[in-house]
Design a binder for this molecule. Structure first.
Ligand code: AQP
Length: 329
């Protein structure tokens, strides 16, 4: 039997090239080797304020993008988190077993709460939902970007604690899978910060639905340095090194080969070739996306996915409820 993997993306805006390179690209690469479950985690998106209509639209857009990048619903389970009630149910069980101190240490909580005027409790408690997302599917591996390192560690610690207390094999302890290149794609305008889909500065990110003209413009205006020689040097040429990582991921070439090729050709030529590469990867995805977003097929696939996910998730939930003593029948 194949080992299982689980991962998800929040429909908090249109995914960026960072989401694609850090996680979504791996979803496709891994679906043959593993029994894969991929979720649109809309309950995570509401930990910060969302416009309901936009959230619905982005949920469908993300589902269409999952399929457009090549996730095959015949191989992988694709579903929307809110259609599987076990996610919110397990989150409560986990919330009761996680320390407030652990939650307060999460960098995502610190970063996002600093940007809010009034902080919802969900922003503090979301890691319990995330731990639940992973353990519900007995996931052995979780393909994610580097910014999720702390969440995976929290999940591993939780599983150890839970199994120690209630019995050895109740929950599966997951391991992360990070991509070789681009595990943390940085902002095009500030290479000290990661590229984020909810960043209000449009120039900082490439959305997966950006048109070729926008992509070319954004890469051209990406912050680099005045050294002028193409080198991979994250300390002194952080912006350029970020662009090299993007190139390495999308071309599936080693960084060394790219540096050798462009070393003396100048930033202009490198950026222009990178923009062509990004467009050549995103254009066919956008073509498939445009067909899917207008079709009913999307709803059918998500319904089948939710049914399959419910079957597995309800079993794990029952297992946890039983050992915790809240199933009396
Ligand atoms: N910049 C990034 N580089 C590499 N991987 C990234 N991921 C996110 N940003 C980068 C990976 O994408 C997956 C989905 O992320 P998410 O939607 O769950 O939330 P996030 O990590 O908070 O991503 P964003 O884009 O920054 O969203 P917002 O702005 O809504 O918070 C994860 O596997 C993540 O590692």
């Amino acid at each position: 039997m194949k080992e299982t993997i689980f991962s998800g993306v929040q429909p908090s805006s249109i995914p960026t090239l960072g989401n694609y390179i850090g996680a979504m690209k791996s979803f496709v690469d891994l679906q043959d080797k593993y029994q894969a479950t991929y979720c649109i985690v809309n309950q995570h998106a509401i930990t910060v304020p969302q416009d309901p209509e936009i959230l619905v639209r982005q949920t469908k857009q993300l589902a269409a993008l999952y399929l457009a990048i090549g996730i095959d619903p015949n191989k992988s389970t694709v579903f929307v988190q809110s259609e599987v009630p076990a996610h919110s149910q397990i989150a409560w069980l986990i919330t009761c077993q996680i320390g407030v101190g652990e939650l307060e240490r999460m960098t995502q909580y610190k970063d996002k709460s600093a940007k809010q005027e009034s902080v919802g409790a969900g922003l503090l408690c979301y890691p319990a939902l995330m731990v639940g997302d992973i353990v519900l599917y007995d996931a052995k591996y979780v393909p994610v970007g580097d910014d999720q390192r702390q969440h995976i560690e929290l999940t591993r610690n939780f599983v150890d604690r839970f199994n120690n207390r209630y019995g050895e094999d109740i929950l599966v302890k997951p391991e992360p899978i990070y991509p070789n290149a681009g595990k943390r794609v940085m902002s095009l305008q500030d290479p000290s910060r990661k590229m984020s889909k909810s960043d209000e500065n449009e120039k900082s990110k490439i959305s997966m639905l950006d048109e070729p003209g926008q992509i070319i413009k954004k890469i051209k205006s990406a912050v680099t340095d005045s050294i002028g020689v193409v080198n991979y040097d994250t300390a002194n040429q952080a912006g350029l090194s970020n662009l090299i990582e993007i190139y390495a991921s999308l071309s599936e070439q080693p960084i060394k080969k790219i540096v050798n090729q462009y070393h003396d050709l100048g930033y202009g030529r490198f950026k222009s070739d990178l923009a062509d590469l990004v467009v050549s990867v995103l254009e066919p995805i956008q073509k498939r996306y445009n067909q899917l977003i207008a079709s009913d097929e999307l709803y059918d696939i998500l319904s089948i996915g939710a049914t399959k996910a419910n079957e597995t998730a309800s079993q794990t939930l029952a297992r946890m409820e039983k050992v915790m003593g809240i199933r009396y029948r």
